[in-house]
Ligand binder design. Structure first.
Ligand SMILES: Cc1cc2nc3c(=O)[nH]c(=O)nc-3n(C[C@H](O)[C@H](O)[C@H](O)COP(=O)(O)O)c2cc1C
Ligand code: SF4
Length: 262
């Protein structure tokens, strides 16, 4: 069975589903209707982005058929904005070209500094690329590593021209850094990045965790050289960030929380 079915009459041919798939499993067909690439059934991570982002409700992902997608518009944003943000934030993989003002970043970091830290150590610091060219340069270095490691040949038909599979054309990359020997660096950075992630959503921004970039950073010395971190410091996490190109109509299904009540 095909991974997705697209209603040709409903499809607006905007390609939002194509832009949003983490593994680029959807391609633009000759008539603009999305088609799946070879091996899509085994690579799909059931994230539900393709269904949730379709403004017209034209796409069915058969792995997720029968599961509950929530209507974003039916959630009460005003009554509980934090719950709303936590349910509706998505990994954004298609960004507008317009940059985020430095003043907006400053305001975000002025809030994120209130995040908890182990023993109140407050050892985190940040790298932010303010220019798209700088972000792009880092993405290209990471792509060199990606091509040498796990980038399958089948992606050549997807990632052509100046397409960016690492940072997805985001105008900005935010990296969270800490001393490499600090015990709670991983935990503190995950907390701070999560605060930043949700806060960014509340400001109309979109983010995506940059795991591929982090892996490239560990495995590709030219990338580490380009970042030029002070001795003894390490990057513990990062987010791509910018203004999203598409909106999501639905919230994709997730497993219920597994709780062992004692
Ligand atoms: C630690 C971590 C690393 C991630 N790295 C990437 C990445 O490099 N590229 C990407 O497109 N998505 C990345 N993601 C996003 C996940 O694929 C995404 O969170 C998941 O599919 C759920 O989708 P949602 O965030 O829209 O709910 C990462 C997420 C996390 C938590
Ligand atoms: S569910 Fe996620 S991984 Fe699977 S096709 Fe849709 S967007 Fe791609």
């Amino acid at each position: 069975m095909a991974l997705v079915t697209v209603d040709q009459d409903l499809c607006d041919r905007e390609g939002a589903c194509i832009d949003s798939c983490p593994h680029s499993l959807l391609l633009r067909g000759p008539d603009g209707i999305p088609v799946t690439r070879a091996g899509a059934e085994t690579l799909c991570i059931r994230c539900g982005q393709c269904v949730s982002i379709c403004a017209k409700g034209a796409l069915v992902n058969h792995f997720l058929e029968g599961q509950e997608f929530l209507e974003k518009a039916a959630l009460n944003r005003g009554a509980d904005p934090l719950t709303y943000a936590m349910k509706t934030r998505r990994s954004v993989r298609a960004f507008q070209a317009r940059p985020v003002d430095k003043a907006v970043f400053k305001e975000l970091f002025d809030v994120v500094r209130f995040a908890p830290s182990g023993n109140n150590a407050q050892k985190l610091w940040w790298i932010v690329t303010l220019e798209r060219e700088g972000t792009r340069h880092l993405a290209e270095l990471a792509l060199q590593w990606m091509r040498r490691t796990y980038y399958p040949d089948s992606l050549d038909e997807v990632w052509t021209g100046d397409a960016d599979p690492v940072l997805r054309g985001a105008p900005h990359l935010v990296l969270c850094c800490a001393p490499e020997d600090y015990r709670w660096a991983g935990t503190d950075s995950a907390i701070a990045l999560t605060h930043l992630d949700l806060l960014a959503v509340s400001r109309g921004l979109g983010t995506c965790w940059s795991g591929i970039f982090l892996r490239a950073l560990e495995g590709w010395p030219p990338l580490a050289e380009a970042l030029n971190l002070p001795s003894g410091q390490r990057v513990f996490g990062g987010l791509m960030l910018g203004y999203p190109r598409h909106d999501y109509r639905l919230v994709p299904p997730r497993k219920p929380s597994a709780v062992d009540w004692r």
